[in-house]
Write a protein that binds this ligand. Structure first.
Ligand SMILES: [Zn+2]
Length: 52
């Protein structure tokens, strides 16, 4: 899982959004994950990246 610094999160999320999940066939979408901004898989819920 990638961890973004404050400034790089927007770019990182934009890059990952719409990509395929590493672990299944789901797509990655922007969502909150345990209070952090994150890009998570719609199918399995695994975060590909998160940032405070
Ligand atoms: Zn997945």
């Amino acid at each position: 899982m990638a961890r973004a610094e404050r400034g790089g999160a927007r770019e990182l999320f934009a890059r990952l959004e719409g990509r395929a999940c590493t672990y299944c066939d789901g797509d990655l979408v922007r969502e909150r994950y345990k209070g952090d901004r994150a890009v998570v898989c719609v199918e399995c819920g695994t975060p590909a990246a998160r940032a405070p």
